[in-house]
Design a protein around this ligand. Sequence first.
Ligand code: NAD
Length: 187
Amino acid sequence: MAVIAFIGLGQMGQPMSLNLLKGGHRLQVFDVSQAAVNGLVEAGASGCATPADAARGAEFVITMLPNGELVEQVLLGENGVTATLAHDALVIDMSTIHPLHTDKLIAAMATLGFSMMDVPVGRTSDQAVTGSLLLLAGGTPAQIERARPLLMLMGNELVAAGGPGMGIRVKIVNNYMSIALNALSAE
Ligand code: NAD
C-alpha cells in the first residue's frame, strides 16, 4: 500500500483516483474544486487544502490537469508539491501537455532533486472508469517498474515509450494517427 498524492480530480482524474483507492492505496487529494475533493473524501481519500499538503509524506504524486501551466503551478508554484515532497518520491504527470513543457518541468524537477516521469493516457473517461486506459509511459526503466503496479490499476495496456518526456510524444503521434484514420474512414 502506497501513499499517493493525486492532483486534478476531473473527468479523468476522479475515476483514476477511485481505482487507486479500490486497489488499496492511501490517497491525499487536491483540486481547486472543493466539490471534486469532497467526492473523493466520501470514497475514503484524505482531502487537502493545497498541493503541498497533498504531497506531504507521499511516495508518489500524480497530476491529471488540463494544461502545462497548471502542472507547473501545482509542482513549482506557491504551496506547490515541491515545498513538502520527499526526495525519494516519484512524480508522474498523466496530463496531456506540450512535450517541450514536459521536458522543461522534468529538468526543473531534476535540478531540485526530484524524480519525474510522464504517463499520458489514451482512450476516454469510460476507460478511466473501468481501469482500462492506454498508458504511454515516458521514464527510465527503474521509474516505469516502480510506477507499474499503480499504473496498472488505472489502465490495462502499458507502452514503455522511452525515457522521460517520450510518453507525451507517443501520445501525440497516437492522437494524430487516430484522427488521420477517422478522416480516412469518413472519406
Ligand atoms: P477536466 O477539466 O475534467 O479536469 C481537470 C481537473 O483539474 C478539474 O477538476 C479542475 O478543477 C482541476 N484543476 C484545474 N486547475 C487546478 C489546479 N491549479 N490545481 C488543482 N486542480 C486543478 O479534464 P479531464 O478531461 O479530466 O482531462 C485531464 C487531462 O487528461 C487533460 O490533460 C486531458 O487532455 C487528458 N485526457 C483527457 C481525456 C478525456 O477523455 N477527457 C482522455 C485522455 C487524456
